[in-house]
Design a binder for this molecule. Structure first.
Ligand code: AMP
Length: 456
């Protein structure tokens, strides 16, 4: 477990864990972990969750949100006697890696209790999982697909669930699990408590799920981009093309990371390619993407976590929610497709109060996308040039107030002319979806224009 994200001044204003109505066995577990001061999300969520309220909490990974739902959940299981034969709590998460991470945290928090948790994720033996469930665990931590399979096979009984947690709910829905989540929620008793956590406000689909699975939930919005990323320096380096990106990547990994780094790509093919490129440099490299089999993914994460240094090349889905100590550098080799993906990626560093550096390598064709992400986050990334790997593209020469290059949109007159000259058979170009409007922004203030200076 990494160090305490609590700052010294927070100590003066925040309560201590011992001030919450937590069982002494849980306090003992916290003491063993050297957790003294709750993080803001824990301060906000633990008391109403203990009181039994449904909560919709908007908080980033790295904010301490796991303890914010695990502690009240354990408290409830300790306090009230339940049906010993069926699980009493279900925690649903989007990925296997995240599920494994959460179960180890649950086990640490529950160390001095008799509460048992089991993991149900894809990629593991179904029969072995069924056998584990027959042993009567109190908590099930699962990815939705496999949980539903067990429900259909009657090896998972949700009739005694008292607390349902949907962690990283926004991502779970993005990954197409909406229907599975709804089915699982409907199989739990209507009287259950539902705690829903998302890193972003989410879209209409998330709102619909909230309405259907929760009873007048309290909305706790803790996460704003500015609050959550103050320790992360965010930079953009304009690049010419793919070979230039690779040259920069090698330079950055050699010169900018003293510990561990993650490199994000948009495709599995690119992740595999970079794996080869970096291995040829004798680096300790691990790859994580959806096409790797479960055993390899597990091994990659474990080895990467254990070593003091190394590089993990990953696609978004595979690296979601990973909590890795001493991760000081995130590189967006490809620009992420949305502001939310950007936030999730850079959130891998600067965790638990540590400093982090996030660098995006932006080719000319990605410049508009990068500007849309800046607008979405209401933040301007620091522009940077690496002298040692010179580039000719320095960003567009003339930019509009939005930061996009002048001339990136056709003038009305041109459009008319195009229409007149276009052969009758040719169809007009399909309308492009507009970049995401700033309406879904997580930040309400726009003064994050000068990111903190950290390294040159
Ligand atoms: P999470 O957002 O739950 O993934 O937590 C991020 C990291 O902060 C994890 O490694 C936690 O173990 C750690 N952490 C969470 N809450 C506290 C706390 N109150 N004191 C110290 N460390 C914490």
């Amino acid at each position: 477990m990494p160090g305490n994200p609590a700052t010294t001044d927070r100590k003066e204003t925040c309560p201590l864990f011992s001030e919450f109505a937590l069982h002494e066995r849980l306090l003992k577990g916290l003491e063993a972990l050297s957790f003294e001061t709750p993080t803001p999300v824990q301060t906000a969520a633990i008391p109403p969750a203990i009181a039994g309220d449904d909560l919709h909490v908007i908080a980033q990974t790295g904010s301490g949100k796991t303890a914010a739902f695990v502690l009240p959940l354990l408290q409830r299981l300790i306090e009230a006697e339940g049906q010993p034969t069926a699980p009493r709590a279900l925690i649903l998460l989007p990925t296997r890696e995240l599920a494994r991470q959460i179960i180890s945290e649950v086990q640490l928090f529950a160390k001095f209790t008799f509460i048992k948790a089991e993991l149900i994720t894809g990629g593991e033996d179904f029969k072995v999982q069924s056998a584990k469930m027959r042993k009567g665990p109190d908590i099930i931590i699962a990815t939705p697909g496999r949980a539903l399979e067990h429900l259909a096979a009657n090896s998972l009984d949700l009739s005694a669930i008292e607390v349902l947690v949907l962690d990283e709910a926004d991502r779970m829905l993005d990954m197409g699990f909406t229907e599975d989540v709804m089915k699982l929620a409907n199989a739990c008793p209507a009287t259950r408590q539902t705690l829903l956590f998302s890193a972003t406000k989410g879209n209409a689909a998330l709102q619909r799920v909230v309405e259907q699975v929760q009873r007048t939930p309290r909305l706790l919005q803790l996460s704003t981009v500015r609050d959550d990323t103050p320790a992360i320096t965010q930079q953009v380096i304009p690049v010419d093309d793919q070979p230039h990106k690779e040259a920069l990547l090698k330079w950055l990994l050699t010169n900018q990371s003293e510990a561990k780094a993650i490199v994000f790509t948009n495709t599995r093919i690119m992740a595999d390619r970079l794996n080869g490129v970096l291995r040829a440099m004798d680096m300790r490299v691990y790859v994580l993407h959806g096409e790797k089999d479960q055993k390899d993914r597990k091994l990659a994460v474990e080895r990467f976590k254990q070593g003091g240094t190394g590089v993990l090349v990953a696609t978004d889905v595979a690296a979601r929610g990973l909590d890795i100590d001493e991760l000081d550098l995130v590189i967006n080799f490809d620009m992420p497709r949305s502001g939310d993906d950007y936030l999730h990626r850079i959130g891998r560093t600067g965790r638990a109060g540590a400093e982090g550096l996030a660098i995006s390598l932006v080719a000319p064709h990605e410049w508009n996308l990068m500007c849309s992400i800046e607008r979405y986050l209401r933040r301007q990334f620091e522009r940077r040039i690496v002298k040692e790997v010179p580039n000719s593209f320095k960003g567009p020469k003339k930019v509009k107030a939005s930061g996009k290059p002048v001339g990136s949109k056709k003038k009305k007159d041109d459009k008319k002319k195009d229409g007149k000259n276009r052969p009758k058979s040719a169809k007009p170009a399909a309308k492009r979806k507009p970049a995401r409007a700033p309406s879904g922004q997580v930040v309400t203030s726009s003064d994050g224009l000068a990111p903190p200076k950290r390294r040159s």
